[in-house]
Write a protein that binds this ligand. Sequence first.
Ligand code: AMP
Length: 290
Amino acid sequence: MDVIKTVREMRVYADKQRAEGRTLALVPTMGYLHEGHLSLVQRAKTEADHVIVSIFVNPTQFGPNEDFAAYPRDFETDCRLLEEIGGVDAVFAPEASALYPEGAGAQRVWVICPELSEHLCGKYRPEHFKGVLTVVLKLFAVCKPHISVFGLKDVQQYMLLRQLVRGLLLDVRIIGEPTARESNGLAYSSRNEYLTADERSQASVLWKAVTAAAGMIEDGEDRPDTVVEEMRTIIAQAPLANLQYAEVVTGDTLQPVTKLVPGIEVIVAVAVYFRCVRLIDNAFALVPSG
Ligand code: AMP
């Protein structure tokens, strides 16, 4: 497994693989790898000849009061985990100065997609997706992948990245991989590390809330307000949980639905704080026709 740190080296490497006729998959991550990340890597291996994992804690996607400085990092363990599962050809781990040569604060070109960023996490993290879209475009420009794999746990991010590719005519296929979960349903997340044992056990309410909500919709409930209320009730069963949002949005535009029209696909999603630790989860549901 090659470890590549500079933009120049990464470009030469990607060009060489492409010239030799290999298809490249990129799995972008912020490191502190867990089963969720590894499931993306496994998927990438089935989709391309050559797998690159990027590890980069992107400063521009964190708000001023968020956890950029405290975000967990362990590069050696990440590399060991990737070696252990095998099949990863390269790790791209640039310094911030490599992706933001003038400094992250001096970035003058941004990718934004206001409509899809309006609700869910975008409403509460106003600069977040601007940072994500911009850094992923940079990673695509440097790593030159044919495909790139993302987790559906971050469903708004996934939808935005598909829009990035469509809207800017990028020659990259975006693949969404289902959420990997702990045995109690809690989605794997690098931030689970911050939780106490009690919080970690209570955090299964996110999964319970979104599965119950998706089940209600598929059983014929047609009022989004009732579905949202059910998610609130389930989250409230965890005394340590503080709900940030519970929403039902359309599966394509991510706009809140006022009516569950037969045949449409919707996403039910929640964000919940345990102290300062923010966790998210979601599920898709198909509104039954007739
Ligand atoms: P992060 O390191 O949190 O930026 O995540 C890197 C990638 O892993 C993103 O595409 C995430 O959506 C994905 N991811 C994070 N957690 C999970 C999970 N539990 N299951 C599947 N994918 C995940």
